[in-house]
Ligand binder design. Structure first.
Ligand code: SF4
Length: 383
């Protein structure tokens, strides 16, 4: 079969809503026909999300940059005692939460380093401090790698760690720390931190306890096509089992100030290709996010035609990718993000973390109906 015929066979599967195989994924990776990939991904996006483009209003908090691990790609971490090392205290966390509340944020996204000395209780307290001053804000906190670390330092099972955080006010888990699951890559770039099996076990446990979570993939460094497709297939399998993932976020590698600074940034073509292939392989994920902080606003906007249906948030105080050389601004205004979505031909919808439509009036906000596929399908047919 010629390449065009093989791509044609995949297109037939996509049109019929059939699942793509690992080999199909490799075929897509080998294709040079970016627009064919985009057209197929767009078909799936439209089927799941109609003509809507989602965004949220959020703020990031990175409670500490001190980390016991030394992942090669990380420009954020600091050693204990280093001049740039910090740990946010209670007044700083509360201040940030109050600011977020005053700015109308519906979500706090909290991730950080794995501090050598802080006890698990500190991380529980961070959640409690926020809830005390901004009870209505959704707390999306701690990657699977952090949860695994808390389990190690407190000698408590993952389920107990999650239950204590839920009790404190945790609302969902972010998708970070997944990097690349394949051991050939994981061992080289972040061999010390939570294994693939442990990352998946944390999300499995979270879903079992009723938490929704996201998933990511850090691409564009030493990963090869087969590693990326393997990663997507592993996520798809867990999603088949639990149904607890909401959104997949492909994360473009940023080399600056990291141990891998000799590797060039992924190109625009690679960014769009990974976005499209992610949408095509992850047939059981409702949403694919173009995280503009890493992609840049322009590529993220174009990604809305390559499978993505979400531009993430207005994001204030993002440190992790800006330390690694992201040249994007720290935040975009709601007006700007809505303009980007509209210009891409989508209808902008503000969502909360769990994909309920947000409505705002007179300085306050409220969450409305869940933006599930049937709700969106109904909205599509009435617009
Ligand atoms: S990526 Fe996370 S775990 Fe790895 S060094 Fe950076 S902060 Fe630590």
């Amino acid at each position: 079969m010629t390449t065009a015929n093989r791509l044609g066979a995949i297109r037939e599967k996509v049109e019929a809503g059939a699942r793509l195989s690992f080999e199909d994924g490799l075929e897509l990776e080998a294709s040079q026909d970016l627009f064919a990939l985009g057209t197929m991904a767009n078909l799936v996006r439209e089927r799941l999300s109609g003509n809507f483009g989602f965004y949220n209003v959020n703020t990031h908090i990175n409670p500490t940059n001190v980390c016991v691990y030394t992942c090669d790609f990380c420009a954020f971490r600091a050693d204990l005692g280093e001049e740039r090392a910090y740990v946010m205290d209670q007044p700083q966390i509360e201040e940030r939460a109050k600011q977020a509340h005053e700015r109308g944020a519906t979500e706090l996204h909290i991730v950080g380093g794995l501090h050598h000395k802080l006890p698990f209780q500190y991380y529980v307290d961070v959640v409690k401090w926020i809830k005390a001053v901004a009870p209505e804000i959704h707390i999306k906190a701690y990657t699977a790698v952090e949860i695994e670390w808390f389990s190690k330092i407190s000698r408590k099972p993952i389920e107990t760690i999650l239950a204590e955080l839920i009790e404190a006010g945790l609302g969902s888990l972010p998708g970070g720390g997944a990097e690349i699951f394949h051991p050939e890559v994981r061992q080289k770039i972040c061999g010390a931190k939570a294994s693939t099996e442990r990352w998946l076990a944390v999300h499995r446990a979270a879903h079992r306890l009723g938490l929704r979570s996201n998933a990511t993939m850090l691409y564009g460094h030493i990963d090869e096509p087969r590693h990326r497709i393997d990663h997507l297939v592993r996520l798809r399998e867990l999603q088949d089992e639990t149904g607890g993932f909401q959104t997949f976020i492909p994360l473009a590698f940023h080399p600056d100030h990291s141990e891998m600074s000799e590797i060039p940034k992924p190109s625009g073509v690679m960014d769009l290709k990974v976005m499209a292939i992610s949408r095509l392989m992850l047939d059981n994920f409702e949403h694919i996010k173009a995280y503009w902080v890493m992609l840049g606003l322009k590529t993220a906007q174009v990604a809305l035609s390559f499978g993505a249906d979400d531009l993430d948030g207005t994001v204030v105080h993002e440190k992790i990718y800006h330390e690694a050389g992201a040249e994007t601004p720290q935040e975009v205004t709601v007006t700007e993000i809505r303009r980007l979505i509209s210009e891409a031909g989508r209808i902008p919808i503000e969502r909360d973390t769990l994909y309920h439509r947000v409505e705002r009036e007179a300085g306050s906000w409220s969450s409305r109906e869940h933006l599930s596929t049937p709700t969106l399908a109904a909205a599509v047919s009435s617009t």
